[in-house]
Ligand binder design. Structure first.
Ligand code: GLU
Length: 556
């Protein structure tokens, strides 16, 4: 039996030839330089920061260049399928403003290059597997698990590379041995399960100097010298489903992907992909292998973010805590491109989309993720969002994740004023970080959340009642900031406190404390805490009634 005959025995009828697929999925008609990128998540339902990081690169490359960004579902590993995973993926990315132009959507595929779900593409993979079989570039392999284990043990004993390659699977050269040929043919006819393996052209276990190398340009890492593959990797599993390697090559060719952005964990498989592209006579896409997300661990060393130990790896974390998507995007850009922060300083008000993102400015050695830094970025990002808009956004967050804060949203104008507090000062206050923190931060405006958290300062604790009584008596809600503070100073002086902190510092024995201690007593009675934005401004938002009620309550 020759190669053609065996390929027909394995795949007797397929609807299209490889040539036909080339015309069904022609090169895309796009402007010069337009990039076509894709996200290929497995539908495991867990979509993490690393996915978002990659998706962001894909999205920027495609949309900056007038290209196409599409979603392909890579469900060739059937064990991992989780219900509603597609909705979760689309929903999570949409939240961060990452939108696809093409591919799988909640209501079906969009685009001319589908089907975009790998498990629906069986015929296509089989067509190309048949092509490789026909050319003798692939072969059916009947090795059992036990045989494969025995081979690995023998290879370990010989201290050579593990795996199936020339010299290790008797099925590789079935056409050169009549007995094996007969076995192969009868097994195929009898329906015995088998895999299809690449018949690699590489020389097994060649020394580093002898190994042929290919130069592959990586968008992030520059020129890579990729050694020849020699492994007869499985391309079609026993179930008829392709492996990642084969599906990647076939899909990214037929879907006309120009840039394959994927994690660096795929770098070791690159030799296999180079060989497969070559065997199929196709041009390599530009690979962009992104660095792992790292963090500084408890011991001070860099380590990979892990699903088990780092809740911040899950995108749900950001949604539940209520990080504004613009803040997360802004932060991701700072870790994605080393020159972003500088650009941001020069362009504080420009939309992030104006930044020219490039893969060359990406780190190839592990992008460092730092929650504190995200919080800092977030503070600044929120400053640029209009208070009313922020209020609306917080409400959406609360409706979905934290309905217990419903009382915050009874009066949206009131909330907008609260959020705007101190944001227009010469040095704007950047107190707001993420929704949960904001709920806590502004909690004192609402009786439902108001709690006395701090103690009166020691210098003034004994006089607290007297201070508050005097304050209540002199309080006039229409006083301006200066008049209001003048009255506090009077109270302070009357009770034996210095009118200015520096007087107290100079002669501490002459006073019980200073005006700051007195005003802190008032602050704590009103807000429950020793730190807050400007008290006068807060009172104006709270309204006279609440101000008086709080002081009275503290006097009880
Ligand atoms: N399905 C692969 C994964 O889940 C995607 C890798 C790629 O983008 O090529 O990691």
């Amino acid at each position: 039996m020759n190669y053609k005959e065996i390929s027909e025995l394995i795949y007797p009828s397929l609807p299209h030839t490889p040539e036909e697929y080339e015309t069904i999925y022609p090169p895309r008609d796009l402007p010069e330089g337009a990039m076509v990128t894709r996200l290929g998540p497995s539908p495991t339902g867990f979509i993490h920061l690393g996915n978002l990081y990659g998706a962001f690169v894909d999205e920027r490359l495609a949309h900056q260049s007038g290209g196409v960004f599409y979603l392909r579902i890579e469900d060739t590993d059937d064990k991992r399928y989780v219900e509603n995973a597609v909705e979760t993926i689309i929903g999570s990315l949409d939240f961060f403003d990452i939108r696809f132009d093409e591919g799988v959507t909640e209501t079906g595929d969009i685009g001319d290059y589908g089907d975009y779900t790998q498990s629906h593409r069986g015929e296509i993979y089989r067509t190309y597997a048949r092509k490789l079989l026909e050319q003798g570039l692939a072969y059916p392999c009947f090795l059992t698990e036990e045989e494969i284990t025995a081979i690995r043990e023998e290879q370990e004993a010989q201290k050579i590379a593990p795996g199936i390659y020339a010299g290790w699977s008797k099925y590789r050269d079935w056409d050169k041995d009549e007995e094996i040929e007969a076995e192969v043919v009868s097994k195929i006819k009898a329906g015995v399960p088998f895999v299809i393996r690449l018949r690699s052209k590489g020389v097994p276990n060649a020394s580093a100097e002898e190994t042929a190398r290919h130069t592959v340009v990586d968008g992030i890492r520059g020129e890579l010298s990729v050694p020849d593959n020699f492994l007869d990797v499985v391309i079609i599993k026993q179930t008829g489903i392709p492996t990642y390697h084969f599906a990647h090559v076939v899909d990214d060719h037929l879907m006309r992907t120009t840039h394959v952005v994927r994690g660096e964990e795929w770098l070791p498989s690159l030799p296999i992909h180079v060989e497969l592209f070559e065997d199929l006579g196709w041009e390599l896409p530009v690979y962009c292998h992104t660095a792992q997300l790292m963090k500084i661990g408890e011991d001070g060393n860099k380590r990979k973010l892990s699903k088990r130990h780092d809740p911040e790896l899950s995108l749900d974390f950001y949604r539940k805590e209520g990080y504004h998507p613009a803040a997360v995007r802004e932060y991701l850009l700072t870790i994605l491109n080393s020159n972003y922060e500088e650009w941001r300083m020069d362009n504080p008000d420009a939309p992030a989309e104006d930044f020219k993102f490039t893969t060359e400015k990406m780190s190839s050695s592990g992008a460092l993720f730092d929650l504190d830094k995200l919080n800092d970025v977030s503070k600044n990002t929120l400053l640029h969002i209009d208070a009313r808009e922020l209020a609306e956004w917080l409400k959406l967050w609360s409706d979905e994740f934290a309905p217990e804060y419903g009382y915050v949203f009874r009066d949206m104008d009131h909330l907008a004023k609260i959020l705007d507090l101190g944001r227009h000062d010469a040095r704007p206050r950047a107190d707001l970080v993420y929704a949960k923190q904001i709920m806590d931060f502004i909690g004192y405006f609402f009786d439902e959340a108001f709690k006395i958290k701090d103690d009166y300062p020691a210098e003034a604790a004994a006089d607290a009642k007297e201070i508050l009584n005097a304050y209540l008596e002199s309080y006039d809600h229409s006083d301006d900031n200066e008049q209001w503070f003048g009255k506090i100073r009077e109270i302070a002086v009357k009770l034996g406190y210095a009118a200015k902190p520096k007087d107290y510092k100079k002669n501490p024995d002459d006073y019980k404390g200073h005006v700051g201690h007195v005003s802190t007593v008032i602050r704590i009675a009103l807000m429950g805490r020793a730190q807050s934005p400007d008290v006068w401004a807060i009172q104006q938002i709270m309204g006279e009634e609440k101000v008086r009620a709080r002081i009275e309550a503290a006097l009880r």
